[in-house]
Ligand binder design. Structure first.
Ligand SMILES: Nc1ncnc2c1ncn2[C@@H]1O[C@H](COP(=O)(O)OP(=O)(O)O)[C@@H](O)[C@H]1O
Ligand SMILES: [Mg+2]
Length: 302
């Protein structure tokens, strides 16, 4: 019997297979970050961007990374991508040390990074062609990926003819066309309006469900992280260190309606505490109305 084309095995077709992968997730470690540190030497002195970062991502897991601006999120993802070198520790992908960029990692950034002179289809084919795939094979696979992101009709359009959300869907298709083990996304929906952003989150979950891929996704939007992630890595700034790793208890499949569920709200409250810790009373607080003491009905009020 002939082997199926690689893309077909990469696509997870049925719920049963997904369930199997769900169980695999429990033990298959894809990514391991060990005691990772990064110092930048600048004219003004040394910046410790990352310090002692330790975490693992499991096969088919969706990990979000959040933290205040400047806590090293982009630096971390660039090191995972092999675009930046750490000053301490190591990154293992499938047990192999990451020393530079590679096909096993796909990236999607915030800005539109498509080649404006190529059509949508040619953009998706580009990486495959660079890696030596034949024209016919690259084109066949590109159309399959465009189908997955719902853009078959726009295969021959140019990026400027597409909306921002559609451009990012092409960027996702282009990243997946190389069949990476892991997809690294740095605030990919940050430039989109709220409505498009919400749609893109649902699209991404749908794509993720259908592909054997692990996603590491950076965002500063707490609700986005809860909606998407299995686990959320919370970083703190100066130096960029792991503050907490939170398991998201919101069941899948996820829907926007869940944002008022107790699980969602509890996670949101915890993230708020971590990201916006209460500060000492400032002068502004003085103008606030007196705080009403909330008590439980069974509470004994003195
Ligand atoms: N190339 C660089 N040279 C010097 N400092 C840098 C460089 N890149 C990032 N930094 C510093 O490292 C810290 C983390 O930056 P970054 O990873 O971009 O944070 P985030 O993405 O969380 O906003 C910041 O203090 C930033 O100024
Ligand atoms: Mg950043």
């Amino acid at each position: 019997m002939q082997n199926p084309p690689p893309t077909q095995s990469y696509l997870v077709q049925t719920d049963a297979v997904r369930e199997r992968f769900g169980r695999l997730k429990q033990r298959d470690v894809i990514l391991e970050v060990r005691r990772l540190g990064k110092r930048f030497v600048t004219r003004g002195g040394e910046v410790v961007a990352l310090k002692g970062i330790d975490f693992k991502a499991y096969r088919r897991e969706f990990v979000c990374i959040i933290g205040p601006s400047g806590c090293g999120k982009s630096t971390l993802i660039r090191i995972l991508a092999g675009l930046e070198t750490q000053t301490e520790g190591e990154v293992l992908l499938d047990g192999q040390s990451v020393t530079g960029p590679g096909r096993d990692r796909g990236m999607v950034f915030q800005g539109y990074t498509l080649f404006p002179w190529l059509t949508v289809k040619q953009n998706v084919m580009f990486g495959r062609r660079m890696n030596g795939a034949g024209r016919w094979e690259a084109e066949r696979d590109a159309l399959q990926w465009l189908d997955l992101v719902g853009l078959t009709k726009f295969a021959n359009a140019y990026p400027y003819q597409l909306s921002g959300g559609m451009n990012q869907r092409v960027a996702i298709a282009r990243a997946l066309a190389n069949q990476p083990r892991i997809l690294l996304m740095d605030e990919p929906f940050g430039a989109l309006d709220a409505q498009t952003r919400a749609k893109m989150q649902s699209y991404l979950l749908e794509i993720w469900k259908n592909v054997d891929i692990t996603i590491v996704f950076i965002t500063h939007d707490l609700d986005e992280a809860i909606f998407l992630a299995d686990r959320i890595l919370v970083l703190k700034a100066h130096p960029g260190e792991v503050q907490e790793l939170i398991e998201v208890p919101v069941p899948r499949p996820r829907s926007l309606a869940q944002s008022s569920s107790p699980e969602f709200r509890a996670t949101r409250a915890r993230l708020d505490e971590l990201i916006h810790p209460p500060t000492a009373a400032s002068e502004e607080d003085i103008s606030l109305p007196p705080i009403i003491r909330m008590t439980d009905v069974n509470d004994n009020v003195e």
